[in-house]
Design a protein around this ligand. Structure first.
Ligand SMILES: Cc1cc2nc3c(=O)[nH]c(=O)nc-3n(C[C@H](O)[C@H](O)[C@H](O)COP(=O)(O)OP(=O)(O)OC[C@H]3O[C@@H](n4cnc5c(N)ncnc54)[C@H](O)[C@@H]3O)c2cc1C
Ligand code: HEM
Length: 415
């Protein structure tokens, strides 16, 4: 049921107070919810809880929703990333009951006496309007997943090193059945048992064009945070899942995957023949390999320009070089900062500095073509710099897509 005019006003009036206390709300919300429902630890990434990224992401959507309560249809496209993530993690309608209860309780704790019964009732209704929109979209996505809507066991068939600390895992379903199609650029969630006793899931982009017999992901070791002023190169908080996979999950081990998901993809069902510019840094190369491999197979004449930046080694370096040699419409520009003795300009790299799109010829960026599509993946600061440059060249939001290897909103907008 829609909010009355009076209820919409009550919700909006409380937004500034809730915004001011965002951190407190989310801390209270998750602390209480996970205390009473410890089974939900199997769904949440414990690191994003500790660093506050996930609580912030949730509150930001709710407050944004409340602030735009009279124009919610405009927000719908922004829910796509979140709904895909939810489905990839197996979030169900019944979970919304629990989240709603603890979220409203947290609002009450923060607002104190200002949370009158009328304000509570208005917020409850607002929450359920939002929740129903998400549940509805998630039901559609689950329908597309057909029978695979929960975790499916896969055997690691092979592990192949791709570059310094990036390893590809070839994953074969244990049930021996054919694997469903996905759009290149999408990811799977992979979950393992954590030493803390819960399951922990992480997302990994599929790094190969679709095949029915195996999926491939390519994982970079997350060394952790470097001690400040450390000369010993020692790290703390090494990444849980990436290190576990690389160090302990050899061929023959079993992992669990969810159905491919994600809103960062090339729509192969409605493919145009416009030039594609793929811009990646570090392990952000993974969805690009899937996109490039799909396009060279299905649209061999479609122009692709791949611009990549790495510190030392480029994952899939040989493969990218092979694509360049064998496909006349495939161009590359490689930036490397720490050159090795065997690096050769024009062969293994083009520029020995951090990626700077202004150095790339406008032909390779296809700036002269108003239909060019841009796909960008890498650290957030990197994507912001790429976005700024493309904006300065008049490339509008509709033609640029970003993939963030983390949770929550991008810290910038490409408008
Ligand atoms: C859509 C998507 C696609 C992705 N695709 C890929 C891909 O193709 N390849 C790939 O390698 N990765 C990919 N990722 C990233 C991946 O999901 C994981 O985030 C990554 O592997 C790190 O996970 P982890 O468990 O190893 O590290 P985590 O344990 O999650 O730790 C992450 C970071 O937090 C720090 N940390 C941990 N605990 C604490 C603490 N208590 N206090 C402070 N800091 C802490 C760690 O030092 C580490 O740097 C993708 C992510 C998304 C969202
Ligand atoms: C109206 C209700 C909800 C809102 C507004 C919301 C919002 C969000 C947002 C913004 C993200 C981050 C998506 C991304 O950018 O990657 C997210 C992720 C997530 N949500 Fe929700 N969510 C809601 C309900 C739920 C429910 C009911 C559950 C289940 C208990 C849930 C569990 C999760 C999990 C596990 C993640 C991934 C967290 C991570 O990787 O750190 N959410 N949600």
């Amino acid at each position: 049921m829609a909010l009355s005019y009076q209820q919409a006003k009550l919700v909006k009036d409380t937004v500034p107070a809730l915004r001011d206390h965002g951190e407190q709300i989310t801390t209270t919300f998750y602390k209480n919810m996970l205390r009473d429902h410890p089974e939900l630890n199997n769904y949440f990434n414990s690191v994003n809880q500790k660093n506050g990224r996930q609580p912030r992401a949730l509150t930001s959507v709710i407050l944004n929703f409340a602030s735009n309560i009279n124009n919610i249809t405009e927000l719908i496209p922004k829910f796509e990333r979140m709904c895909n993530k939810h489905c990839s993690l197996g979030i169900r309608p019944e979970h919304y009951e629990i989240v709603g209860k603890y979220l409203l309780m947290a609002f009450g704790e923060v607002l104190g006496p200002a949370m009158t019964p009328a304000v509570f009732a208005a917020w409850e209704r607002a929450y359920w309007i939002l929740a129903k929109m998400l549940i509805g979209r998630e039901a559609q996505l689950y329908k597309d997943f057909e029978k695979w809507t929960s975790w499916r066991k896969f055997k690691i068939d092979r592990v192949v090193p791709e570059a310094e600390d990036v390893h590809s895992f070839y994953l074969v379903p244990q049930d021996g059945k054919k694997l469903p199609k996905y759009f290149p650029g999408q990811y799977v969630s992979l979950r393992i048992h954590s030493p803390e006793g819960y399951m922990q899931a992480r997302q990994y982009s599929l790094s190969e064009a679709w095949r029915e017999d195996y999926y491939r992901i390519s994982v970079k070791r997350d060394e952790g945070a470097r001690y400040a002023n450390s000369v010993s190169k020692s790290y703390f908080h090494p990444g849980l899942v990436s290190n576990m996979l690389i160090d302990h999950m050899a061929a023959g081990s079993t992992v669990e995957l969810s159905h491919p998901s994600g809103d960062f993809f090339l729509d192969v069902n409605n493919a145009s023949n416009m030039p594609l510019v793929l811009i990646s840094a570090g392990v952000g190369v993974t969805p690009m390999v899937a996109i490039a491999n799909t396009v060279v197979k299905t649209q061999p004449s479609r122009p692709i320009s791949w611009i990549h930046g790495s510190r030392r080694t480029v994952p899939f370096e040989q493969h990218i070089a092979m694509l360049r040699r064998t496909h006349p419409n495939f161009r590359t520009n490689i930036f490397k900062t720490d050159l090795a003795n065997n690096d050769v300009v024009g062969v293994t790299y083009n520029y020995d500095f951090r990626m700077n799109l202004a150095q790339v010829s406008s032909d390779d960026l296809y700036l002269g073509n108003s239909g060019t599509e841009y796909y960008i993946c890498g650290p957030e600061q990197f994507m912001m710099e790429m976005s700024d440059y493309l904006k300065s060249q008049g490339v509008g939001a509709a033609r640029v897509r970003f993939e963030l290897f983390s949770t929550g909103d991008l810290a910038f907008k490409h408008t």
